[in-house]
Write a protein that binds this ligand. Structure first.
Ligand code: ZN
Ligand code: ZN
Length: 303
């Protein structure tokens, strides 16, 4: 099944024409998950022809405006368009109060339900677990409470090689084979080995979103062996002091986290407005972690 990330916005707080503020759309199967919702996200969603009704989960990392100022506009537009699907928002707990007050004073009465799930900035928390995937929040180090998110798809069960089995093979036994268990036919004593009658199902894939954050090795244990990491790289190495001072990261720091976590792939973004080109970000990151990609708006990345 497709597991991919569309970059909607990967700028930072100061507005520039080259970038939109943070927003990313994760797709798995038929579900879409919006991660951060900077100003203008609804226009980019229209531009990229995203079917909004499929977005039933929104993840907000923290309450700096470049990560959520687009949310009230997006929700208000969904309401104008008679959206009916429930929405769940995973975010710092104060966001519920902010949205409630905005809707109260604009006399906005929603036609759909919003559930809020509060993230915990101090320790990892399982915030979503369904048949398709699980999501944990990742404590990040930033100037205000901030969490990333770790998405893990569920591994599919083993696939049955039905043509190899005798006719009318009992269904409970089929379930056992798919669960990786061997089956013994009590009448004949024949052993049906799971590995002979099934093939491996689609393995789990994982994606970690880490923005905004200072360099923080503590997150490495939670990110161990994750397939793809998005890690902010607001600055290049010549701006290391500024990165430390503002609780952001450099491209080399992002790459170091990916290397220590033994990730397969790194995507960097959340670029400071001071950079007109991103070549230095990419060159520096690749020195530490070769399979690094620049996040670019409008591009979809396989995860
Ligand atoms: Zn930011
Ligand atoms: Zn921030």
């Amino acid at each position: 099944m497709n597991f991919e990330l569309l970059v909607i916005g990967t700028g930072s707080a100061t507005p520039v024409l080259e970038h939109n503020p943070s927003a990313y759309l994760l797709t798995y199967d038929n579900e879409q998950f919006l991660i951060d919702c900077g100003e203008g996200t609804q226009f980019r969603i229209l531009e990229y022809k995203v079917r909004s009704s499929r977005i039933r989960h929104i993840f907000i990392s923290h309450l700096h405006g470049d990560h959520y100022f687009g949310l009230v506009g997006l929700i208000s537009s969904w309401n104008l368009n008679q959206r009916k699907e429930d929405l769940t928002i995973y975010a710092p707990k104060e966001l519920a109060e902010i949205l409630t007050i905005q809707f109260k004073h604009s006399h906005t009465f929603l036609h759909f339900k919003i559930n809020f799930v509060a993230t915990n900035p101090n320790e990892p928390l399982l915030v979503l677990d369904n048949q398709l995937l699980s999501v944990e929040s990742i404590p990040l180090v930033h100037r205000i409470d901030c969490c990333g998110f770790l998405f893990r798809t569920k591994a599919a069960k083993r696939k049955l090689l039905a043509e190899k089995l005798p006719e009318n093979f009992p269904i409970p036994y089929i379930k056992m084979l798919k669960d990786g268990l061997d089956v013994e036919d009590e009448l004949t004593g024949k052993i049906y080995k799971s590995e002979d009658y099934t093939t491996i199902g689609t393995p789990s894939r994982s994606f970690a979103y880490c923005s905004d954050t200072a360099y923080n090795e503590q997150m490495v244990s939670q990110l161990q062996d994750v397939n793809t990491i998005f890690h902010e790289a607001t600055f290049v190495e010549s701006e290391l002091k500024r990165a430390e001072y503002t609780n952001h990261s450099t491209a080399i720091q992002a790459a170091t986290i990916a290397k220590k976590a033994n990730a397969e792939q790194l995507i960097i973004g959340h670029y400071s407005s001071r950079y007109k080109t991103l070549e230095t970000h990419l060159t520096e990151a690749k020195q530490v972690f070769e399979n690094t990609h620049l996040a670019l708006e409008g591009v979809t990345y396989k995860l």
